[in-house]
Design a protein around this ligand. Structure first.
Ligand code: ZN
Length: 155
């Protein structure tokens, strides 16, 4: 069905199944009525688009919507991000972005850090394909930009 065009042939099979599951069934895609944060980002190199909405209750992320279109890597990464955000505070979410960035850079991660990443580790193999790293980090960079502004602004 994918006709071998997914570009994922060289990724580990378990990781590939996680990525394709999130690509086909993205989590938390319903738009929010009154988001506190509403950002869109795109990756012109690949045609990927993501739209992130968050509701904040103080520092806590109380509502999440992540949607978009584009390649399997960008969209599964966005869905994994949506799943990560539930129940996090804005500052915890920012720490998580740093962790994902380190993973994609090829930093050695501790077992504890790998545990925290969970299914997001499925994206680690993408670091072997430099052109796709932009796809994987698109939504994370957009989240980081949006939250940094918000957290930095105080209340
Ligand atoms: Zn892409």
């Amino acid at each position: 069905m994918m006709g071998g065009t997914s570009g994922l042939d060289q990724l580990d099979e378990l990781y590939e199944s996680i990525i394709l599951d999130h690509y086909r069934n993205p989590r938390h895609t319903d738009l929010l009525d009154s988001p506190d944060i509403d950002v869109e980002a795109n990756n012109p190199f690949c045609g990927d688009e993501v739209h992130i909405q968050l509701e904040l209750d103080g520092d806590a992320v109380s509502g999440v919507s992540v949607s978009g279109q584009g390649c399997a890597i960008s969209q599964s990464s966005a869905s994994l991000l949506a799943e990560m955000l539930k129940g996090k505070s804005a500052s915890e979410a920012l720490e998580f972005v740093t962790l994902v960035r380190r993973m994609m850079r090829g930093d050695e991660l501790t077992e504890d850090e790998k545990d925290r990443l969970g299914d997001i580790l499925a994206l680690e193999g993408v670091k072997r394909f430099p052109v796709r790293i932009k796809c994987a980090l698109l939504s994370w960079t957009a989240l980081e930009d949006a939250l940094s502004e918000n957290v930095g602004a105080g209340s």
